[in-house]
Design a binder for this molecule. Structure first.
Ligand SMILES: *Cc1c(COP(=O)(O)O)cnc(C)c1O
Length: 421
């Protein structure tokens, strides 16, 4: 039996309508920006395997470090115990994060990093004896699929079956010059009861790679600061070079109280999540009263193998080669987009660093369920390129090691697709 048939017998895939979806493609191995199927056919990974891969698949340095670690210490409980990879990773990361970030809390994926961030902020106020009941978020944000993360994500087809089970959130639009005043007003009117504001900085990935100007976001953040609203910056997607700088925070003046990371954290090799926070948040949990403890933890919290992969990945990220690649991809993207701006099939184009998005003009406007989505997905896959359009928006966010030749192949197929669809 083929892998596809065996898969169909036993597996239920994420974000997949199992009745109608094209059968999943078995991947046998991967290297750099390439995925290989059963017939050794090559696919260019234009979306970093769901936004996670940084330096390329099976990077020899990460493989070597994780292999050595696996022989030494595979896993150990992280309550009452600690280990070198977790300590070293926390040290390395805090060194390159905004200086307000002082403590690292480990989990194992992006959604749980968000859950912890929310709990930190809600319990911060609880521990201070001034409980606050509301959370502020962007109406089209995405922060994960667990219940807390869903609650602070925009209400959509993804949340519809659960809407009545989600906690109440004050939703606002993303900032732009024309709405800043009214957004600030909304924040002020709820300020006394707002525990925190959670946001995706600069790029809202799942919403369709929507982008906002750093200056506009900064104004909103400054207002939150002025009103005493804690800020959770969700850098699960934007972290580790995607935006052209190491973190989206490096584009912003106002620094958050809490930050969330996952996806590219391990270079996209292993599941790991973490939440960092300021001294002020941390100290609100220090007490002889046990009720003030953060009662949260996962079995695989701070898994030593994942921490080692993250350490190796951050080392690679800070080397000239990766930084040069990030600049190279960003400038090639920019040239390509310039050419598309006036294309009759293109509704809009946008870029932040290594991320570009192209919105197709459609009769029905923007929709996640756009028919075009499946046509484009199939078109690119048949040409040997993994793209995963969000409705009528296609985007590229490649591993940093991608060659100019592969980038040119992707650009060329987009040009052709624009003539067809
Ligand atoms: C993907 C994503 C998450 C959720 O991460 P998972 O590891 O998929 O649970 C949270 N926030 C943002 C901004 C994301 O893009």
């Amino acid at each position: 039996m083929t892998l596809t048939k065996r898969d169909a017998e036993v597996i239920w895939h994420p974000y997949t309508q199992q009745l109608m979806a094209r059968p999943p493609l078995p991947v046998i191995r991967a290297e750099g920006a390439s995925l290989y199927d059963e017939h050794d056919r090559r696919y260019i990974d234009a979306v970093s395997s769901w936004w996670v891969t940084l330096h390329g698949h099976s990077h020899p340095y990460i493989v070597q470090r994780v292999t050595e670690q696996l022989k030494k210490l595979d896993q150990v409980i992280f309550a009452g115990f600690t280990h070198e990879p977790a300590i070293e990773l926390a040290e390395a990361l805090l060194k390159i994060l905004p200086k307000q970030q002082k403590k690292v809390f480990y989990t194992d994926n992006g959604s749980t990093a968000v859950e912890v961030a929310l709990k930190m902020c809600l319990q911060y106020w609880y521990n201070k004896g001034q409980p606050r009941k509301k959370v502020l978020a962007f109406s089209n944000g995405y922060h994960g699929d667990t219940f807390g993360a869903m609650s602070v994500s925009g209400r959509s087809a993804w949340t519809a079956p659960f809407d009545s089970f989600l906690f109440e959130v004050i939703f606002i639009d993303t900032p732009a010059a024309q709405n800043l005043a009214s957004l600030k007003e909304t924040i002020s009117s709820h300020a006394d009861d707002l525990a925190c504001f959670i946001y995706e900085p600069l790029v809202q990935g799942s919403a369709g790679m929507l982008m906002c100007a750093a200056e506009d976001l900064d104004q909103l953040l400054q207002h939150c600061r002025d009103e005493g609203v804690l800020m959770i910056q969700d850098e699960v997607f934007t972290g580790f070079g995607r935006t052209g700088k190491n973190f989206a925070a490096d584009h912003l003046v106002n620094k958050p109280d809490v930050m969330c990371f996952s996806k590219g954290l391990t270079g996209g090799t292993m599941p790991l999540g973490l939440t960092t926070c300021s001294t002020e948040i941390y100290e609100a949990f220090l007490s002889e009263d046990k009720m003030k403890t953060l009662f949260h933890g996962h079995s695989f919290t701070a898994n030593p193998l994942a921490c080692t992969a993250a350490l190796a990945s951050i080392e690679l990220l800070l080397q000239d080669e990766a930084q040069e690649n990030i600049r190279r991809i960003s400038s090639r993207h920019q040239l390509f987009l310039k050419e598309l701006i006036d294309h009759p099939r293109v509704a809009s184009v946008r870029q932040t660093g290594t991320i570009i998005a192209i919105e197709w003009k459609t009769e029905s406007g923007t929709s996640y369920f756009s028919e075009l989505r499946n046509l484009l997905y199939d078109y690119f896959l048949d040409k040997g390129i993994l793209m995963r359009p969000l409705g009528n928006v296609i985007y590229i966010l490649p591993p940093y090691c991608i060659s100019n030749e592969d980038l040119d192949t992707i650009y060329a197929e987009i040009r052709k697709a624009l003539e067809i669809f």
